[in-house]
Design a protein around this ligand. Structure first.
Ligand code: ADP
Ligand code: MG
Ligand code: MG
Length: 251
C-alpha cells in the first residue's frame, strides 16, 4: 500500500536535514506503529506524505499503491486514498463541521469519478458514525474544531477518517491529550475501520495506545531514520527500557 524508499527531507527555510533515509513498507491490511523520541522526525514524515508546505524532498521516493505520492497535490493525495489525522487538528472558523465533511467527501468522490452522495445518504452515514464516536449533533453543526476540547478534536479526526474511508490512514499522536475513555473511543473507531484493503500507520509516543490498536509491526524512529523494527513486543521494550536502552543497544 505505502512504500517509502530512502526518503531524505530538509526544511525549505533553513538548511536543516530532518529525514535522513527513511525506508518503510506498509502492506494492505496491516497496522504499523512508529514510535521514537521527540524530535526524531515522526511528524515531519507524516507532513511530507500529506504534502504540507515547508519541506523539500532531497532524495528518495514515496508511493501509494504504486502511484508517486510526492508528485501529487495534497487534495490529489487525499483523493488517491491517503488520510492524515494530525497531531494538532486544524480549526476552520466559519465552516460547519458537517458542511466541511460533505464537501470533502463529495470532492474526493468526484475526483475518483464517483457520484456525489445524496443529502439523505450523507446524513444517515454521518449520524451513524458520529454516534459510535459519541459526537453529538450539536458538535456536527459547530465550525470545524473551533472551541473543541483536545479529546473532541481527536474524535472528530476519527470521524473524518470514518467518513472518507481512506485506503492509507496515518495517525500522528492521536492519543496525545486523550483521557482513558476518549482513547478507548478513538481506538474502537480505528479498529472498526481495519480492513484487508486498508492500511494504518500509527505514530505514538506511548505504548498504551497499542494496547487498544494492536499493531502488526512496530518501528522505532530516531534522528530521521527507522533504526529498528519488530513485533508488538518492541513497544513493550520501549515502555520498560525507554528509547535510551534501544538506542544504546543499536550503537
Ligand atoms: P517528532 O514528531 O518525532 O517529535 P518532528 O518531525 O516534529 O519530530 O521534528 C523533527 C525535527 O525537525 C525537530 O528537531 C524539529 O524541531 C525540526 N522541525 C520540524 N519542522 C520544523 C520547522 N518547520 N521549522 C523548524 N524546525 C522544524
Ligand atoms: Mg513531537
Ligand atoms: Mg510529532
Amino acid at each position: 500500500m505505502l512504500k517509502i524508499n530512502n526518503l531524505h527531507v530538509k526544511l525549505e527555510e533553513e538548511d536543516k536535514q530532518i529525514l535522513k533515509g527513511v525506508d518503510l513498507e506498509v502492506p494492505a491490511g496491516a497496522v504499523h506503529a512508529i514510535m521514537g523520541p521527540n524530535g526524531s522526525g515522526k511528524s515531519t514524515l507524516s507532513y511530507v506524505l500529506s504534502g504540507k508546505d515547508g519541506y523539500v524532498v532531497t532524495e528518495g521516493s514515496a508511493t501509494l499503491e504504486g502511484q508517486d505520492l510526492l508528485d501529487l497535490e495534497p487534495d490529489e493525495r487525499a483523493a488517491a486514498g491517503l488520510f492524515l489525522a494530525f497531531q494538532y487538528p486544524v480549526e476552520i472558523p466559519g465552516v460547519g463541521n458537517m458542511t466541511f465533511l460533505r464537501t470533502a467527501l463529495n470532492s474526493q468522490r468526484k475526483a475518483r469519478g464517483e457520484e456525489e452522495l445524496s443529502a439523505t445518504d450523507f446524513l444517515k452515514m454521518i449520524r451513524e458514525k458520529a454516534k459510535a464516536l459519541k459526537i453529538d449533533a450539536e458538535m456536527l453543526k459547530r465550525p470545524v474544531n473551533v472551541g473543541f476540547s483536545g479529546g473532541e478534536k481527536k474524535r472528530n479526526e476519527i470521524l473524518q477518517m470514518a467518513m472518507l474511508e481512506p485506503r492509507m490512514c496515518i495517525l500522528d499522536e492521536t492519543d496525545s491529550g486523550l483521557d482513558v475513555d476518549a482513547m478507548k473511543l478513538v481506538s474502537e473507531g480505528v479498529n472498526a475501520l481495519r480492513d484487508k484493503g486498508r492500511a494504518f500507520l500509527v505514530i505514538t509516543h506511548y505504548q498504551r495506545l497499542l494496547d487498544h490498536i494492536k499493531p502488526d509491526v512496530v518501528h522505532i524512529m530516531a534522528d530521521g531514520r527507522i533504526v529498528k523494527s519488530g513485533g508488538p513486543e518492541l513497544a513493550l521494550e520501549v515502555e520498560h527500557n525507554g528509547y535510551a536502552g534501544i538506542l544504546a543497544e543499536m550503537a
